[in-house]
Design a protein around this ligand. Sequence first.
Ligand code: B12
Length: 208
Amino acid sequence: MKDQLKQALIAGDAGTVNALTEALLAQDVPAREILDEALLPGMEVVGERMRSGECFIPEVLLSARTMQGALDLLRPHMLEGESTSAGTVVIGTVEGDLHDIGKNLVAMLLQGAGFTVVNLGTGVTAAQFLAAVQQHKPQILGMSALLTTTLPHMGETIAALKEAGLRDSLRVMVGGAPVTQAWADELGADGYGANAGMAVERAKRLVG
Ligand code: B12
C-alpha cells in the first residue's frame, strides 16, 4: 500500500493519497513510516522528473499540494506526547522563495518533539525575521531556502540580527536542499539539518 501511496503522490492524485494515508493510519502504521517510506520518496521522484524536464511546474504543484494534504492528515499523529515546551523556534522560508513543504515538515517534527513553533510561512524578509525574533524571543531561529538564488538572504537575516544586537540571544539553524554544512559554517549559523529528523536532533542539542 505504501508503494501505491508513493505512486499516487507522484501522479498528484489527492483523493487516492488521502484515502491511502488514512487507511495506513487506521492500520496503525506509524506516521513517521508513512512519511519516510512513501511520501518523501514520492517527492524525491517528482524532484528528479522536474530536473530532467520530464514533468513541469503544474504537475509538481499538484504533487506538492497533495503532499501538504497528506501532511495535514499525519500531523495529529506526530504531535502526541510531550506537553511541556522544549523551547521556542521561529521558522520561515526566506525572501523570494515559496518552497515550504520541507520547512513545514521540520516545523511539524519540532512541535512533535515539544518545541513551541512560530511558523512565519514563505517569502520572509530579513526585517520580518528580525521583528518575529523581537516579538517571540525564541531560543532558535530556523531559515529554509530551496533555491540557490535565495540562499544569500539567510546571511542578510544574520546581519540584521547582529545589527540589532540580538545574534547572541539565540541559535540560528539553516536548511533546504541546496544548504550544506559548509554553507552553514560560512554564514556563521549554529546548526544545519539535511532532513527533518536531523533538524530536530540538532535543535535539541542546541537548547540542551
Ligand atoms: C515541490 C517543488 C516546487 C513547488 C513548491 C511547492 C511548495 N509549496 O513548496 C513549486 C512548483 C511551487 C516550485 C516552484 C519553483 N521551483 Co521548485 N521544486 C520543488 C521540488 C520538486 C521539491 C521540493 C520539496 O518539497 N522537497 C521535499 C522536502 C521534504 O524536502 P526539502 O524541501 O529539501 O526539505 C528537507 C530538508 O532540506 C530539510 N530542511 C528544509 N528546510 C529546513 C529548514 C531548517 C531550519 C532545517 C534545519 C532543515 C530544513 O528538512 C526537510 C525535511 O526533511 C524541488 C526538487 C528537490 N529535489 O528539492 C524543486 C526545486 C527546489 N525547484 C526548483 C526551481 C528552479 C523552481 C522554480 C524557480 C521553477 C520555475 N521556473 O518557476 C520555482 C521557484 C518558485 C519560488 N519563487 O520559490 C529547483 C531549484 C534549483 C536551484 N538550484 O536553485 C529544484 C531543485 C528543482 C530542480 N532540480 O530544478 N517548486
